[in-house]
Every structure is written in structure tokens, then in C-alpha cells.
Design a protein around this ligand. Structure first.
Ligand code: ATP
Ligand code: MG
Length: 357
């Protein structure tokens, strides 16, 4: 329901004042002093106008003063130059509008803060969980060594090697965390240049040649691609590809395959990394790119990653202004889709970004 405008209220108040003044003038005219008709009309009219002006400016001063206190206490900047330019009605309308806006903004801010608090809690819980496993296993190996294992040539070396593997794992987690934190605070600095992405993909495949062989896993292109030049940070994209390939092999089955296909769409390329692994249940998909998020089955395994790879990948791709998405079907496989901006150069470019003819 809309409240009455202050100027209308003042007008009614002044009318009432005018009426009282008219009655009073009549009373004076009849009992004390005979007045002319003009005066009988003029006195109430003028006192009505006078009352209107006095009420109006007094009330406006009062409202302005109180509003400035309210604006200050809720820390909204008070609209400037309101003294004479604005009517009392628009002063009130502005105040209502500003306070409603403030209330909406505060509600959004509060829910953001709540979300961040929940996220921090979960993050610390996850971090503790991820670090606990390797720390406990180092502790276990060291205690066994101290309890006599050190003198036993059958176990001493292998226990130390296993403890060392666990420290590698801790270092890996800390490096990933360091990277992701730096990305978030420093707004990831990219070294954008033009390069052949097919070459980078081939290099990434080669990195995994041995690991893939152990599982008889095949890393393939959908067809033979000639050079494709993109505009991006080569090292960072390499990191994204490495994680996608390593995920496909780690979570995929023996004799599995990962097929990379490339589509040419206007000013960018669309890369599909399609595996025939176990697939991911739909309810995991919206959270897959969150830090530390792992699908339940892999979380229970002591081996394996920390769930930071895809969070880092998403950060890198989004810093390029591009997108990364996932589609998956349990029992069929998982596909990651990435867009990357095409380069205006269609030939090789020097390390400093100068086209080489
Ligand atoms: P990190 O990459 O940090 O070493 P990670 O591989 O566990 O650890 P992500 O790369 O972020 O972390 O992947 C998150 C989770 O998503 C994985 O733990 C796995 O459960 C699931 N996942 C990722 N890629 C695939 C895939 N191709 N097939 C099935 N599950 C996958
Ligand atoms: Mg991974």
C-alpha cells in the first residue's frame, strides 16, 4: 500500500488551519470588531497559505535532518544538493528507493558471506583430510623403522622409499594449493602468444606414453589434424591437457581410449576429450570443478589425486575468457569440452610472438 505524500498531508493540515482561522475571524467579526467581507476572506486565505509554507519548510528541514542521520548510519551516500531543488515528496521517494536498494544489497552480501564461510569450513576440512593420509603413512613407516625395521635390510629401503613417495604427495598438494591461491589472489598472469595447438597436444600425449602403455591405454586424435594456431598461454594450456589426459588414464579402464577431436567454430576452436571410462554420475557433475572435489569412489582410495586438477584447469580456461564443460554417462564415458581462441596468425610465430614467414 502506498503511503500518502507528505505535501498532500501538509495541504490538508493547512486547509484545516484555514477553516479554523475563518471561524475565528467570523467570531471576531460578530463579537468584537466588524470586518469587511474582503478581510473575512483574505485573513483565512493568507493564514492558510502562510501555514502551508511554514509547515512545508519546517517539515522538510526536519525530514532532511533525520534522513541524513539514517543515510549516515547505514552508510549510504546522501544525494547531493537536495536543499531547494527537491520537493519534500521526492525526498521521501528517494529515501524509500535508497533504503530498499540498500536492503537488497545487504541481503545479497549476507548470503555471499554465508556461502564463503561455508566454503572456508569445507575447504579446511578437505585440506586436513588430504594431508592426513600421507602424513599418517609417513608416521607409520618411520615408527616401524625406529622399532627395528631400520636394521632389517628387507624393509628399510622400501619403507624409506614409500615414506618419500608420501612426502612427494604432500609437496604435490601444497604446490597445487599454492598455484590455485596465487591464481585467485593475483588474477592469473597469462603469457598469451600464438602457437600450434596440435603440436602441444602431441607433446602432452608423449608425456603419458609410458604410463598409457602400462595400462594399454590409447591416446588418439579423431582424425589427422594439420597445424592449428591458437592465441593462448602455452604452458598453462599444457597443464590443462596434462590433467585431462592423466584423469582419463587414471580413472579409465585397462585398454581404454581417449579421443581428442577439434571443431572449427567462428573465432575459436572447440576441443573434445572423449574417454570410454566408467563415467561420472550426474549429481557429481555440477561440483566436479570445485577444489578438492573427487567422486566418492576415488576419494576413498589412498592413491590418486587431490581433486585440484580440474579446479586449476577451470581457472586457467576461464582466465583466457573461454569455457570448459563436462558431459558424462555412467558406463559409457566422459567428455570434457574446451573452447580456445583462434590466432590471427596462421603460420609459426617466434617465442616473442613475432610471425615467422
Ligand atoms: P589431481 O588432478 O589434483 O591430481 P584428481 O584427479 O582427483 O586430483 P581432478 O582432476 O580435479 O582431481 O578430478 C576430480 C575428480 O573427477 C576425480 O577425482 C575423479 O573422481 C573425477 N574424474 C575426473 N576426470 C574423470 C574421467 N575422465 N573419468 C571419470 N572420472 C573423472
Ligand atoms: Mg586430476
Amino acid at each position: 500500500m502506498r503511503t500518502a505524500r507528505p505535501s498532500i498531508l501538509i495541504f490538508y493540515g493547512s486547509l484545516a488551519f484555514m477553516l479554523i482561522s475563518f471561524l475565528f475571524t467570523l467570531l471576531v467579526h460578530n463579537s468584537i470588531l466588524a470586518l469587511s467581507t474582503n478581510l473575512i476572506i483574505a485573513i483565512p486565505v493568507f493564514s492558510g497559505i502562510f501555514a502551508y509554507l511554514v509547515f512545508y519548510f519546517l517539515l522538510k528541514g526536519f525530514i532532511q535532518y533525520r534522513l541524513s542521520l539514517i543515510y549516515r548510519s547505514i552508510q549510504i551516500k546522501q544525494p547531493q544538493n537536495v536543499t531547494f531543488a527537491k520537493s519534500i515528496d521526492s525526498l521521501m521517494e528517494d529515501a524509500e528507493k535508497n533504503v530498499t536498494e540498500w536492503k537488497e544489497n545487504s541481503t545479497i552480501e549476507i548470503s555471499k558471506l554465508k556461502e564463503q564461510a561455508a566454503f572456508r569450513k569445507e575447504f579446511l576440512g578437505n585440506l586436513a583430510h588430504e594431508l592426513k593420509t600421507p602424513v599418517f603413512s609417513i608416521q607409520g613407516y618411520l615408527l616401524t623403522l625406529l622399532d627395528g625395521g631400520l636394521e632389517d635390510p628387507n624393509v628399510n629401503r622400501s619403507f624409506l622409499e614409500r615414506a618419500s613417495k608420501s612426502t612427494d604427495r604432500i609437496t604435490g598438494i601444497l604446490e597445487d594449493l599454492d598455484q590455485i591461491t596465487r591464481m585467485e589472489t593475483e588474477n592469473l598472469r597469462l603469457e598469451i602468444r600464438s602457437f600450434d595447438i596440435i603440436e602441444l597436444l602431441k607433446e602432452s600425449f608423449e608425456t603419458f606414453e609410458l604410463i598409457a602403455k602400462e595400462k594399454n591405454y590409447q591416446l588418439l586424435f579423431e582424425k589427422t589434424y594439420t597445424s592449428k594456431y591458437v592465441q593462448a598461454d602455452r604452458n598453462k594450456l599444457g597443464q590443462v591437457f596434462t590433467n585431462l589426459i592423466s584423469n582419463a588414464i587414471s580413472y579409465g579402464k585397462e585398454n581404454g581410449t581417449l579421443v581428442v577431436s577439434i571443431l572449427d567454430i567462428n573465432d575459436h576452436f572447440l576441443f573434445e576429450f572423449k574417454d570410454n571410462g566408467p563415467g561420472i554420475e550426474p549429481h557429481h557433475l555440477p561440483r566436479l570443478f570445485e577444489r578438492f572435489y573427487r567422486v566418492e569412489k576415488s576419494r576413498n582410495r589412498n592413491e590418486g589425486g587431490s581433486g585440484l586438477g580440474l579446479a586449476i584447469a577451470k581457472h586457467i580456461i576461464e582466465s583466457h575468457g573461454q569455457t570448459i564443460q563436462v558431459k558424462s554417462q555412467v558406463g559409457v564415458g566422459t567428455t570434457f569440452v574446451i573452447t580456445i581462441e583462434k590466432s590471427k596468425n596462421t603460420g609459426p610465430v617466434s617465442s616473442r610472438g613475432i610471425p615467422l614467414k
